[in-house]
Design a protein around this ligand. Structure first.
Ligand SMILES: [Mg+2]
Length: 252
């Protein structure tokens, strides 16, 4: 992996689409969630005006922008409200993509998750380390103070499912067939792109497949995911800020 400041104009000459992860890339890490009985409180993070302007500028230079996140669609629509006409939103770790009001479903996880959901609900209801279930359609996301072995044990018994712990929550989804890479492959079909046309940036374990599937990969946390280039974690600027600034420089 090379530091991002070594990226050259030649590296991005075939790039037509930029795929941006959200948490830890476009906004700082950490989700505030509280669940008390049937009431779930979830904070919506705001994308800073500066990043919205950078995305607009990239779009004006001719780049397609795809947001690829583990979050649900309702949340991404809220976060990207001002630029929805030209961004595509791939949500719940590659499960589906929203583009200009049309939803493309990539994965059907219903029969895989329907039995495990009530088991998890029941098992963790009194667990003080469990903060709450984030509302999702195609994956199960459980926010926890720390890793909860009970959750891992339950999922391990279910055929074909995996848990991905990202430091603040578990995503529970279908092994291999429900990843950000699956979402990206469908997005490439929608926009008729090849691997070499795609640049992607991500910071966490759920981004590993996405980065491997893209022609030019950027890691926003080199301890957690591999990329051709990496953005230093200790910078005061967000990883997406540094990357977009760099691409705007190189493409001017
Ligand atoms: Mg992330």
């Amino acid at each position: 992996m090379k530091p991002l400041d070594q990226i050259l104009k030649a590296d991005i000459k075939n790039i037509k689409m930029i795929v941006l992860d959200v948490d830890g890339v476009l906004v700082p890490r950490g989700t505030k969630i509280k669940q008390a009985g049937n009431t779930t409180t979830l904070e919506t993070k705001v994308i800073a005006d500066k990043q919205i302007e950078q995305i607009k500028a990239l779009n004006e230079r001719g780049f397609l922008i795809n947001i690829s996140s583990g979050r649900g669609l309702y949340m991404l629509q809220e976060m990207f409200r001002g630029i929805l006409p030209f961004v595509s939103l791939t949500y719940e770790n590659g499960s589906a993509t929203w583009y200009q009001g049309k939803v493309y479903q990539h994965v059907n996880s219903f029969k895989y998750l329907k039995d495990v959901f009530p088991k998890l609900k029941k098992a963790v209801s009194d667990n003080k380390d469990v903060k709450g279930f984030e509302p999702k359609e195609f994956i199960i996301t459980i926010h926890c103070e720390k890793q909860v072995p009970e959750i891992e044990e339950i999922v391990k018994k279910e055929k074909g499912l995996v848990t991905i712990w990202n430091g603040e929550a578990y995503d529970i989804q279908i092994a291999k067939d429900q990843t950000k890479a699956v979402g990206l492959r469908h997005v490439m079909e929608i926009f008729k792109l090849k691997k070499e046309n795609v640049m992607a940036i991500g910071d966490n374990y759920n981004d590993a497949e996405l980065l491997a599937e893209s022609g030019l990969s950027i890691s926003a946390d080199k301890e957690r995911v591999q990329g051709k280039f990496y953005v230093p974690l200790e910078s005061e600027l967000l990883p997406a800020d540094l990357l977009m600034q760099k691409i705007l420089e190189l493409s001017s």
